[in-house]
Design a protein around this ligand. Structure first.
Ligand code: ATP
Length: 355
């Protein structure tokens, strides 16, 4: 069964969502975007609680556009789970389930057996969210719409549930749309990833492809490719390369022409420390170091430049290198990790080269 959103638009005052075109098969589509970009509006139009201004929504070939929410076969789960507070977890799940056996199956899958007879308003956040998910699955939806279901949970529970959700959602064999503003959640859970900003669908592809080849500067920065620069395409005699503040960088240039100014990016985890001077290497001083728990981020300003290059190192790699703030280092920017996004003019409609 395929969920199809065709030319859908919806405005709220000055905010405009769409036109959105999506086809979600029996897969998990993560929708990633910043707060206020229209993620909830998208889910609500599919669920039928918000009426689109234009376009159609269909599921398995059936036009849902004018149908009331309860006749769509879709289930929408919000971040607070919206359980009946005075009912037990079991009663909440049973409310939607076809049999007691189904309640037991879901309790088992979501590991809520131990709290089944506890009142919903006494459950912890993680337990509440598991019960809410069990209840939504109990309804055997034809399409499942999840709106930031893990947003209110603390990091360890969120990570655990995230890892457990992926196989559970994939096993449903129905279209699932999973909305989040957390890139790790989006990539861990989705078979494909849609990135939305300011009501516009900017890119829809596999998570790997979106991360390796972001379509716009916004997608690059929102998915963590924080090294976003401008350079000119130059002819080298053997092909085309980038001129970046007077430095020559080998890269796959794609469709850009010689003389064109383009934006390009490289993910911090693909920048490496280089022992020797090589092609695509730059030297400079570390101006900033941030420890993120599972790794270090180092900002290095190349000599004669003012744009810092960010490098991500695992703790062992950082310790091996014996680095400190203000140390001088040589970085390699591998040609195959540099992604040319597009001409500056076509990119400038979406955002500045660097924030
Ligand atoms: P968040 O991640 O913060 O939940 P979101 O991406 O889900 O945000 P939406 O809730 O879809 O974004 O909101 C998109 C825009 O539409 C926002 O500017 C919001 O203020 C506006 N909006 C949403 N619903 C309404 C409404 N019922 N009336 C007026 N404006 C609305």
């Amino acid at each position: 069964m395929t969920l199809v959103v065709d030319g859908m638009r919806r405005s709220h005052g000055a905010f405009e969502l769409g036109p959105i075109d999506l086809a979600v098969d029996e897969e998990v589509l993560s929708v990633l975007g910043p707060s206020g970009c229209g993620k909830t509006t998208l889910l609500s139009t599919i669920a039928g609680t918000v009426t689109p201004d234009a376009g159609t929504i269909s599921l398995g070939g059936l036009d849902l556009t004018g149908r009331p929410p309860e006749k769509r076969g879709t289930v929408l789960v919000f971040q607070d789970g919206a359980l009946f507070p005075h009912m037990t977890a079991r009663e909440n799940v049973a409310y939607a389930a076809s049999s007691e056996k189904r309640v037991e199956e879901l309790a088992d899958a979501l590991e809520i057996d131990a709290v089944l007879d506890q009142r919903a308003d006494t459950l912890s956040g993680g337990e509440r969210q598991r019960v809410a998910l069990a209840r939504s699955l109990a309804a055997d939806p034809d399409a499942l719409l999840l709106d930031e279901p893990l947003a209110n949970l603390d990091a360890p529970i969120k990570r655990r549930l995230r890892d457990e959700l992926r196989p559970l959602l994939a096993s449903l064999d129905v279209p699932v749309i999973y909305v989040t503003h957390d890139q790790r959640e989006a990539t861990a859970i989705g078979d494909r990833l849609a990135v939305i900003a300011d009501g516009e669908l900017l890119q829809l592809d596999t998570p790997d492809e979106v991360f390796a080849h972001p379509a716009t500067p916004f997608v690059a920065s929102f998915t963590g490719s924080t090294n976003l620069f401008r350079g000119a395409v130059v002819e080298t005699g053997t092909g085309r390369a980038l001129d970046w503040n007077g430095r020559r960088l080998d890269a796959a240039i794609g469709g850009a022409t010689v003389g064109e100014t383009v934006q390009f990016c490289i993910r911090p985890e693909y920048v490496t420390l280089a022992a020797d001077e090589t092609r695509n290497s730059v030297e400079g001083a570390i101006t900033r170091r941030v420890f993120e728990g599972d790794g270090y981020l180092l900002d290095v300003v190349p000599d004669g430049g003012d744009e810092a290059v960010r490098l991500a190192l695992s703790p062992p790699a950082y310790e091996r290198a014996g680095l400190d703030e203000r140390d001088r280092v040589r970085l390699a920017l591998p040609a195959d990790a540099i992604h040319v996004i597009g001409g500056v003019e076509e990119c400038s409609a979406i955002g500045p080269a660097r924030r």
